[in-house]
Design a protein around this ligand. Structure first.
Ligand SMILES: Nc1ncnc2c1ncn2[C@@H]1O[C@H](COP(=O)(O)OP(=O)(O)OP(=O)(O)O)[C@@H](O)[C@H]1O
Length: 253
């Protein structure tokens, strides 16, 4: 099966610190892939490199056969990478529905003139966007909350909304940065089911950063362990988690 993501020898330094060095990974279509490692290992920096927030000083990022290395965040999102953040970033004052519609604007457009004069195309596109957004909210159990301000949703629901908004951009690859952060065990359990569902229902390829080992071992098929910006181990989740080097360096045993 073809790879959705091929990263080759990626690297970046901040001043004297080599935050990511010689990082390579290949992720197949519809794979659930985990990126783990101690605090400061470089995980979020890799997400920032993949999404164009940082430009790598070495290496290549190939998305579905297209080289996106060095492209802007907007172009990379358009090319098909969407993400969620470690600290939830929603438009807190906007409704749940409008948060998803912000994501949809990537694929649906009308001109400023069409919007100012409320021309027929504006109404058509708005109607389509409402329908698609409501469908996504239904999938995530958020339909009843469509008109609630995002900031008034419970924490677990806000995390779901962030994922729904990312999916609205119709990505080829979804990056989740510590999706279980701040969740209780029940919420984490529900999240695991939801991530599996997103993969199956949307045929999505997912790369996630996570510290919760129950989630990692429960849903990730492949893993990369980072340590001091470098790959310590890579492969099947069970093989990697039983690797003595990983146990020593990361799991602290
Ligand atoms: N913009 C930046 N400027 C300088 N140093 C940075 C920058 N971004 C990240 N770093 C450094 O790069 C290293 C890797 O940080 P990163 O946030 O990627 O780690 P992480 O594995 O995501 O950690 P955590 O699990 O705590 O989120 C750290 O030493 C961090 O201080």
């Amino acid at each position: 099966m073809e790879n959705v993501l091929d990263v080759k020898n990626l690297g970046i330094s901040f001043g004297g610190l080599r935050a990511v060095n010689d990082f390579s990974v290949s992720i197949k279509k519809e794979q659930l892939y985990g990126l783990i490692g101690p605090n400061g290992a470089g995980k979020t920096t890799i997400f920032n490199l993949l999404t164009g927030v940082y430009k790598p000083d070495s290496g290549k990022i190939i998305l579905d056969g297209t080289d996106v290395t060095g492209k802007s965040t907007i172009d990379i999102n358009k090319a098909g990478i969407a993400r969620t953040f470690q600290n939830i970033r929603l438009f807190s004052q906007l409704s749940v529905l409008d948060n998803v519609k912000v994501g949809l604007h990537n694929n649906h457009s009308y001109s400023t003139v069409e919007s100012i004069f409320r021309l027929p195309r504006f109404h058509k596109v708005e109607k389509e966007m409402n329908e698609i957004a409501m469908e996504l909210l239904e999938v995530f159990g958020l339909k009843e909350d469509a008109n609630v301000q995002a900031q008034n949703l419970p924490y677990g629901q806000q995390r779901k909304l962030e994922i729904a908004r990312a999916l609205a951009t119709k990505p080829k690859l979804l990056l989740l940065d510590e999706p279980a952060a701040g969740m209780n065990p029940n919420e984490t359990e529900e999240l695991m089911e939801m991530i599996r569902f997103v993969r199956d229902h949307f045929h999505m390829t997912i790369l996630l950063i996570e510290h919760d080992m129950k989630l990692v071992s429960g849903i990730c098929e492949q893993l990369t362990v980072l340590n001091f910006g470098e790959v310590l181990a890579q492969g099947d989740t069970s093989t990697v988690l039983n690797d003595p080097q990983v146990i020593k360096a990361y799991l602290g045993e």
